[in-house]
Ligand binder design. Sequence first.
Ligand code: ADP
Length: 221
Amino acid sequence: TPMAEHGAVVVIGLGRFGASLARELTSLGVDVVGIDRSEAVVEALRDELPFITCADATQDAALAELGVAEASRVVVAIGSDLAASILTTSRIMRSGHRRIWAKAITEAHAEILAQLGVKQIVNPEDDMGRRLAHLIRGHMSDFLRIDSDYAIVRTQPPVRVLGQPLSALGLRGTHGVTVIAVKHPGAGWANTDGGTVLEADDEIIIAGAPDAVERFSALDK
Ligand code: ADP
């Protein structure tokens, strides 16, 4: 019988990226079935990930044994071996599975995956590099780009917005940002409302156009 049961996620390639993805999914309570062609990789992860196997994912038989057809999602996390990534992905696409996520390590790799019909392509190094650029240049402790025209950022409130309720500040009009959550020192995160008053040492989450959230985060700097 195939390893993956309905609802499971198959992770193909358990390198640094695939392994950390598989661990996080497992900790979220998702059933993860993993495969890697390296015996050493599989042995090292055996205790943490109960359903892993050592096989070459470019083989149809290995994919069938994994239960790719039964899985709710499949992640091809093979990066540096371009041929293996493409072969595996094309086999899975050919089997009719459409919920595939695939990792690309170059622009050309991403292009080929897109041509194969993969809708969800991730380039972790590229994404991380871009994200880090915003953190390094700006004054934000976290930056999430939703689209080219929208971002969500974790930062500290500029001094000029302290002590007044958000409804009186009108930040959407003046700065193009929405303060969506606040964390007072020692407390948990809470959604804001019009009556929320920001204080020194708070952390906030703001949303808006990337240049607007960056400018707002840098107001005191
Ligand atoms: P990372 O940068 O996340 O470590 P890599 O691309 O270097 O990613 O590693 C991918 C993993 O995929 C490696 O552990 C490698 O053994 C595995 N892998 C590569 N080709 C295959 C294949 N055909 N079948 C199964 N696993 C594979």
